[in-house]
Design a protein around this ligand. Sequence first.
Ligand code: SF4
Length: 266
Amino acid sequence: MTSDALFQSILEDTRALLQRDRNPRKNTIALLPETAALLEGPILDQPGKAPTDTPATSTPPRPADMSGPATVVEPDLGGAIDALRLEVSGCTKCGLCKTRKQTVFGVGNLNADLVFVGEAPGADEDRLGEPFVGKAGQLLTDIIEKGMLLTRNDVYICNVLKCRPPDNRDPQPDEVAQCEPYLIRQLELIRPRVICALGRHAAQTLLKTTESTGKLRGTWHNYHNIPLRVTYHPAYLLRKPEDKRKTWDDVKQIMKVLRGEESPAI
Ligand code: SF4
């Protein structure tokens, strides 16, 4: 195949990929480094184009007939998340590093439209290194699978704190202050269409408020231009199952936005 034909073929494949995955609230897609390199070479090696040492995050030219928002290629979202995960795994910024078995970074789809943010790992999560794997985690899985008709692999799940507070006590303000930058970076990288804050600590951290979950739920909030919904933490719902109905109401509102049926004014 000539280099011109190869270039056209890559453009056609890329156009199909972008049109398939086009999402009005996202301006990035994840590509394997090899794919990004393949794209970068033919595009940037064209006469008059930028030199080939241009960083892989540069924006490739758009096909002339492609409508819709410009798409910036994020060549290694997975690499950026892995680097952050590695940084967190060695973190000693607060005292929880002394009592944790391991850090609990986050799990799920890096291109997720929906991110759940909880409070902190519990004993099961500390042991297994994955968020929401105990009884509360099973309830969250039920909410995702039975309520939303999604799978855990469709969403991303993480916590405000990446290390377990001893005896599952509440996170302390200094611990939240030290750990929150990791959460902010996670959300910046994943940039979901909707965030669901599970419980008071997640909601108060993300929204910088002292209001209760009861006062914060039932409406849309704005987290750096991402619609955010507050609902009850699954651990609370295990203690107060009568409030599951309210969480179901929250889930329905989230699904309307994810399905494009509603666009919250935030
Ligand atoms: S809770 Fe966060 S800030 Fe504290 S040691 Fe763990 S990762 Fe670091």
